[in-house]
Write a new protein. Structure first.
Length: 295
């Protein structure tokens, strides 16, 4: 006779699918405000595209907050952003300082985590729920923060979150290495869109389209900028492709021992292709910009 063994109760959290970082979001501090850029891929049971930027404004338009989100789904991320906004707006914003708003936002996130995240059955070590890039505008002053669970860490120049952050940071560092000066709107929008578009192309956990929001020190928010079509992501990619072709050809000629005589012609041909690509991009990019009015 086989004796029955007692059932062993296993912690269900161990066998739940671990939440993993997905999507890509970037945030930049430029000389007159902030720039956010995100992809629009939503990973749920049905893959869809949806905006991952939330922004709120007080009735008197003297205080605004923006949340760029990276999450497997947006339920927790949106709820945390809304909870943060609702709590912060209980302050006397006419007298509040940026430090007071920062601390109030962190307190709101801590309360949200205590009620909804720390007690969640998926709460295993290293489990991922959401990340935020948070922009705060208060009476003509803007600040950028990145969330680490209940902490909002100040960002001085730029930050990237989500599955594609490694690639975005690599590309941005390359740009800043040769352009180390003050970051302008043109710098920020070019870096943001190039990084996000490359993450969409390369990382399968990123997708959809690149969505951008400009958060100006004046309090105005829009997504129109003069370099939207020129110089753009496509032109940068063309330059990069032509560079690799040139390096390939030069290396081949070096092996054959003909580099000294052939290299000048290869370089001139490369420069001509670059000039043609730039002219074509400029033709497409002319006359297509229009300021979008504040919503």
């Amino acid at each position: 006779m086989i004796s029955a063994k007692p059932l062993r109760l296993v912690d269900p959290r161990v066998y739940r699918p671990r939440r993993k970082p997905v999507t890509i979001a970037t945030g930049f501090v430029y000389d007159d405000g902030l720039v956010f850029c995100v992809d629009t891929k939503i990973t749920t049971n049905i893959k869809t595209n949806e905006s991952k930027i939330l922004w709120f404004a007080s009735d008197d338009r003297k205080f605004c907050m923006t949340f760029a989100m990276a999450a497997e789904d947006l339920i927790f991320a949106k709820a945390a952003a809304d909870s943060c906004w609702q709590f912060v707006t209980k302050l006397d914003l006419a007298a509040a300082t940026m430090v007071m708003v920062h601390k109030a936002a962190e307190f709101a996130l801590a309360e949200f985590y205590r009620e909804h995240i720390f007690t969640h059955p998926d709460r295993t070590p290293g489990a991922f729920f959401y990340e935020h890039l948070v922009g705060i505008w208060l009476r003509g002053e803007t600040r950028l923060f990145v969330s680490h669970e209940t902490i909002l860490e100040p960002v001085r120049e730029y930050e990237c979150i989500g599955a594609g952050d490694y690639l975005a940071k690599y590309l941005i560092r390359q740009y800043r290495k040769v352009n180390p000066g003050p970051v302008t709107l043109e710098d920020a929008t070019l870096m943001a869109t190039y990084a996000v578009e490359n993450a969409i192309d390369y990382d399968e956990r990123c997708g959809g389209e690149a969505e951008i929001l400009i958060f100006r020190n004046s309090g105005q928010m829009d997504n129109a900028y003069r370099t939207v079509l020129y110089p753009n992501y496509g032109l940068a990619g063309t330059f990069q492709s032509e560079m690799w072709k040139l390096l390939h050809d030069l290396a081949a000629e070096q092996v054959k021992g003909t580099a000294d005589t052939v290299a000048p012609g290869l370089v001139e041909s490369y420069c001509e292709r670059i000039r043609e690509a730039e002219a074509e991009s400029r033709r497409w990019g002319s006359g297509n910009f229009s300021e979008r009015p504040e919503e």
